[in-house]
Design a binder for this molecule. Structure first.
Ligand code: SAM
Length: 287
């Protein structure tokens, strides 16, 4: 369907289906015609690859993906959008819409069943209320995908793509860098959406790593360490690890000494290698 991102077309379709936006589901639909073609182009799909889209809305990005990919699976939670998507995506035989919550869906099984032998990537304008949990789920499941291209709030994009060991780094940043090499692609103004959110957005691409940049004894302990380290950002690393992991402060200080890391440092000053080293030493204590 042509000009799907045109504001009048969007209004017409929504009116025809009696659709009203759900704030709770993060429904801000794209009405800037230049954004979806750019996202679809930069997410790396081609005629041999498959794409998973989270939250197709009325299908504006799905359309652009369907033109370029071999197959698109679009996962939409709001069943009121199904008749809309039937109308807007009807012309594409390579698109399948699944009415599910992306947080509950077995994504590994979906990839196995739907994309046999294809290179697969994820491309989505994410609902903002659940951005980090979705990104973390996509990464932690170790899906067989080559990249994850998502639109998120600009601040979240900056935090996710910040280098580990810098002020903007948080627990999500460290985890994202462990699994991928993030790239901030381009910014999108809030006026590009209907209804317009309060803040601007940005599109990022997470290029999935084949091997993590640090090798750790236990990923479980590594991620527990990261979570604890960043749980109280203003405190020094000795205090935040001691509080977050319920381990005595003296014990933490001696772990840090073993690793050659001053106890006065803050989590945002640590590298992934530092965090990995601490986690490996903590393995004997917290497991
Ligand atoms: N892709 C469309 C666009 O760019 O115009 C819509 C994007 S809108 C920001 C987010 C979409 O995600 C909505 O269609 C919403 O219903 C859907 N959604 C919200 N939570 C979801 C979930 N847990 N699983 C799947 N879809 C979800």
């Amino acid at each position: 369907m042509e000009k799907l991102s045109n504001i009048n077309t969007v209004k017409e379709i929504l009116h025809k289906h009696g659709f009203t936006f759900s704030k709770a589901l993060g429904q801000n639909f794209l009405i800037n015609p230049s954004v979806c073609p750019r996202m679809a182009m930069e997410c790396g799909v081609d005629e041999n690859s498959g794409v998973i889209e989270v939250g197709p809305g009325i299908g504006v990005l799905t359309n652009e993906l369907a033109k370029r990919a071999k197959k698109v699976i679009a996962v939409e939670l709001d069943k009121r959008l199904l008749p809309v998507l039937e109308e807007t995506l009807g012309e594409y035989e390579n698109v399948k819409v699944i009415n599910e919550d992306v947080m509950k869906l077995d994504l590994n099984k979906l990839i196995e069943e739907e994309f046999e032998g294809m290179n697969v990537c994820v491309c989505a304008n994410l609902p903002y209320y659940i951005t980090s949990p979705i990104v973390m789920r996509l990464l932690e499941e170790k899906l067989n995908v080559s990249s994850i291209t998502v639109m998120v709030q600009k601040e979240a994009a900056q935090r996710i793509c910040a280098n580990v060991g810098t002020r903007q780094c948080g627990a999500v940043t460290a985890a994202v860098w462990y699994y991928s090499e993030p790239e901030l692609l381009f910014n999108v103004s809030s006026g590009s959406f209907m209804p317009a959110p309060k803040v601007d957005s940005a599109v990022i691409r997470l290029n999935i790593r084949k091997e993590p940049p640090v090798s750790v004894k236990s990923e479980e302990v590594f991620f527990k360490t990261i979570k604890a380290a960043f749980s109280q950002r203003r405190k020094n690393i000795a205090n935040s690890l001691s509080g977050g992991l319920s381990v005595g402060k003296q014990e933490i200080i001696s772990v840090l000494e073993d690793c050659g890391i001053p106890a006065s440092k803050r989590a945002e000053e640590l590298t992934l290698e530092n965090l990995g080293k601490i986690a490996d030493r903590l393995c004997d204590i917290i497991i």
